[in-house]
Design a protein around this ligand. Structure first.
Ligand code: NAD
Length: 244
């Protein structure tokens, strides 16, 4: 399997949890140093882990093709793709009317073009065995004013639905998980304390989520049992949507 954006944050956490489950995991990221370090750390902490790393910018088709080739070289198949790589910032300070065209292009390229290119790169191998699971990491930001980030993630939900329709006959499911606010490094760096409290207050359960809170759904969507579930976007958010 491949997890993109796995050099740090949630992608690194998912990769470690899948490896602990016994999956063969290729960590992909454009941050060359950190993605290698992340794979090495999993190898050290998970006995017998089958992990590798590859440097890949998900916005570049040559690099996503090379990423898929590296996974096939290492493991002989690609059964699961987790399209996790994404960029996001201080959502409340990103009004669309002030968004610079270059920032729009960057966010749309990483968050929307990236998952499409990665999917295009892996479907050949999945079609050959008539089995595959593609899991796109969306966001609750898709359902609220969240600047270009929200636009990109709502687009990702549509990409999920449309690709599921195209790939269903090949035995490949495509679903999205839309996390609510997660307590991790990126959130602490990008969201001021006032914003974090607002996020906590917006959940029904009264706390931020963790990578482990998200992983149960992601792991399930990667299983055989989830074969009749496709084209869906699942909110995993501590009841965040119920307070909008
Ligand atoms: N943290 C949250 O609260 C939260 C909430 C909802 C959704 N999400 C989504 O979860 C995903 C991961 O979030 P995170 O908090 O771990 O973010 P993060 O910033 O910690 O990690 C993102 C990773 O993606 C990589 N990346 C960025 N651009 C890339 C590119 N062009 N090619 C390859 N890799 C690239 C970065 O190097 C980094 O390792 C994102 O898609 C984000 O939108 C996060």
């Amino acid at each position: 399997m491949i997890v993109t954006g796995a050099a740090r944050g949630l992608g690194r956490d998912y990769a470690g949890m899948f490896a602990a489950d016994g999956a063969s995991v290729l960590l992909a990221d454009l941050d060359a140093q950190s993605v290698g370090d992340a794979a090495a750390a999993i190898f050290e902490t998970v006995p017998g882990a089958r992990v590798g790393s590859v440097v890949a910018d998900v916005t570049d088709p040559a690099q996503t093709e090379a990423m898929a080739a590296a996974a096939l070289d290492a493991f002989g198949r690609i059964d699961v793709l987790v399209n996790n790589a994404g960029i996001w910032g201080d959502l409340e300070r990103s009004p669309l009317l002030e968004t610079a065209p270059d920032y729009w292009d960057l966010v749309m390229a990483v968050n929307l073009r990236g998952p499409l290119l990665c999917t295009q790169a892996v479907v050949g191998a999945m079609r050959e065995v008539r089995w595959g699971r593609i899991i796109n990491i969306s966001s609750m930001g898709a359902y609220m004013p969240a600047g270009v980030y929200g636009v990109s993630k709502l687009g990702l939900n549509q990409l999920t639905f449309a690709l599921a329709t195209e790939l269903g006959p090949s035995g490949i499911t495509v679903n999205a998980v839309a996390p609510g606010p997660i307590d991790n490094e990126a959130t602490r760096l990008q969201v001021p304390p006032k914003g974090i409290q607002k996020m906590i207050d917006g959940t029904a359960v009264g706390r931020m989520g963790t990578a482990a809170d998200l992983f149960g759904m992601i792991r399930f969507l990667a299983t055989e049992e989830a074969g009749w579930i496709t084209g869906q976007t699942f909110g995993v958010n501590g009841g965040f949507s119920s307070r909008l």
